[in-house]
Design a protein around this ligand. Structure first.
Ligand code: ADQ
Length: 461
């Protein structure tokens, strides 16, 4: 069997058995069979990066990484990827800061990735690149003469042509993506939007899932990502003994726990969620003193201005809600910016009566699936889920809300808190079946099968 090479911006080199950290690392864990390679940035900044990747082996997997200069990282990661592409792909044109020099830096780092990987690539490898940091990478790898199967998965949403057109280099980016053999999106809607962009902006021919451009074909399909549901459910059950989970459970003193877990990001809809919680307490005073809201949101991307502003806003909103509703022996909102070990998170979800997942846009949102997997069958909590998370396409038995409407979120929280046990169980059975059906493993296998099965492989047009 051909070697699988995974390419992503960051490579989490495992130190011990703790590789299951972020969303991507967790999802790709199943793919890292002995013999596979994971290539990308080491996370280190140096003034003179070595042209050759540094290679380490762990548990039979090869981790090949390169360093970047501070300037390359600034323009590539802070400037173009997170200052322009991230807001654009999350429908936030007003936050998109496009600068030509950032785009030049983005192209240069992608070229470095392609150059560096081609030094350790074998001609019969299968290459799978991930996410918006690497849109032009496939075209550049092809220029190095690589002709093997080359796939790409976009973890974030994609936008319709009318919005993508605001990006000055949109045509180049769409054409670059067409150098891949297979492109996966989280939902059919995003896959369709991409095909529309290729058709309208480049004149590509669309034939079902296939996009034909300049004599080659690319398959563009929906392949929703999942979690290791059985593993997460077991972890949640075991975590009843976790010291921190026990301390939190004890501190509730019989009150209901509502929980939110998100990277601190403006796409996650945190200010609206906080406002919604304030409305719930205002309009339904019967919940006062009977609920604690725990929001865990580790800080991220603080090099980008908008993320620093968001933090200040959340600090202010937390103060306002707690200032207004707190009593001497009850604090309604607990807000922590610390990352938590996965076992602890799993245990906290399990004791959650409400899981509140209200992003303004999200490719999938794994927290929604983790919350479902962690619930006890006999007395499950209720998931409140944004209609604009990819997860809402599958998890239709959640309480689906428009995250732009704080009153609607407050209403759903009230419905969730007062839902009879029989209905909670019924919804949980349906949700759990879905989360256990499309797991991380199913997601990975489906992508690799589509990329490597000869009948599905692209042929010359
Ligand atoms: P993210 O935007 O990072 O992922 P998400 O899908 O929710 O969002 O994944 C976050 C992961 O980090 C989850 O596994 C969660 O448990 C974990 N996490 C969050 N807070 C944590 C904390 N305090 N401590 C420890 N772990 C924490 C991007 C896209 C998503 C898409 C994923 C995967 O934006 O839409 O679902 O990739 O494709």
């Amino acid at each position: 069997m051909a070697r699988l090479v995974i390419v992503s911006n960051r490579v989490p080199i495992p130190k011990a058995r703790s590789m299951a950290a972020g969303g991507l690392a967790v999802a790709l864990h199943d793919l890292l069979v002995p013999g596979a390679m994971w290539f990308g940035w080491s996370g280190r900044l140096t003034s003179e990066p070595a042209p050759q990747p540094a290679v380490v082996e762990a548990r039979g997997v090869t981790f090949a990484t390169i360093d970047l200069t501070a300037e390359a990282h600034r323009s590539f990661y802070v400037g173009f990827a997170n200052g322009a592409l991230w807001p654009l792909l999350h429908f936030r044109l007003g936050l998109m800061h496009f600068r030509r020099e950032d785009y030049a830096g983005y192209l240069a780092v992608n070229a470095t990735f392609a150059d560096s990987l081609s030094q350790v690539l074998q001609s019969d490898d299968t290459v799978w690149a991930h996410d918006y940091h690497l849109l032009p990478f496939g075209r550049m790898l092809r220029q190095h003469g690589f002709n093997g199967p080359l796939g790409f998965f976009l973890h974030v949403p994609f936008v319709p042509p009318s919005m993508l057109e605001a990006m000055p280099v949109a045509r180049e980016l769409v054409a670059d993506l067409c150098a891949y053999d297979l492109i996966g999106f989280q939902t059919e809607e995003h896959a369709r939007d991409f095909r529309d962009c290729a058709n309208r902006m480049l004149g590509a021919t669309i034939d079902g899932e296939w996009v034909r451009l300049n004599g080659r074909r690319t398959r563009v399909f929906a392949n929703p990502i999942g979690i290791n549901a059985p593993g997460f459910a077991e972890e949640a059950e075991r975590s009843a003994n976790d010291r921190l989970v026990q301390r939190v459970a004890g501190s509730l003193a019989g009150r209901a726990l509502a929980i939110g877990v998100d990277r601190m990001d403006y796409s996650k809809g945190l200010p609206n969620r906080f406002e919604a919680y304030g409305r719930l307490l205002e309009r339904h005073p019967e919940h006062r003193r009977h609920i604690h809201f725990l929001q865990i949101c580790p800080r991220s991307r603080e090099e980008v201005d908008e993320y620093r502003k968001l933090r200040a806003e959340l600090d202010r909103l937390t103060g306002r809600i707690n200032g207004r509703f707190s009593e001497f022996d009850w604090t309604p909102l607990r807000y922590s910016t610390r990352p938590a070990p996965r076992a602890t998170l799993a245990g906290l979800y399990r004791i959650g009566r409400l899981g509140v997942v209200t992003p303004l846009r999200d490719g999938m949102n794994l927290v929604a699936k983790e919350f479902v997997a962690a619930q006890p069958d006999e007395d499950p909590g209720v998931l409140v889920l944004s209609q604009f998370a990819g997860a809402a396409y599958e998890l239709t038995e959640a309480l689906i809300v428009n995250p732009f409407d704080p009153d609607a979120i407050a209403d759903a929280m009230h419905v969730g808190l007062t839902m009879p046990l029989a209905e909670r169980r019924e919804r949980q059975v349906a949700l759990k079946a879905k989360v256990f059906r499309i797991t991380a493993e199913v997601f990975c296998r489906r992508f690799i099968d589509a990329l490597t099965t000869p009948t599905l492989m692209p042929v010359a047009a």
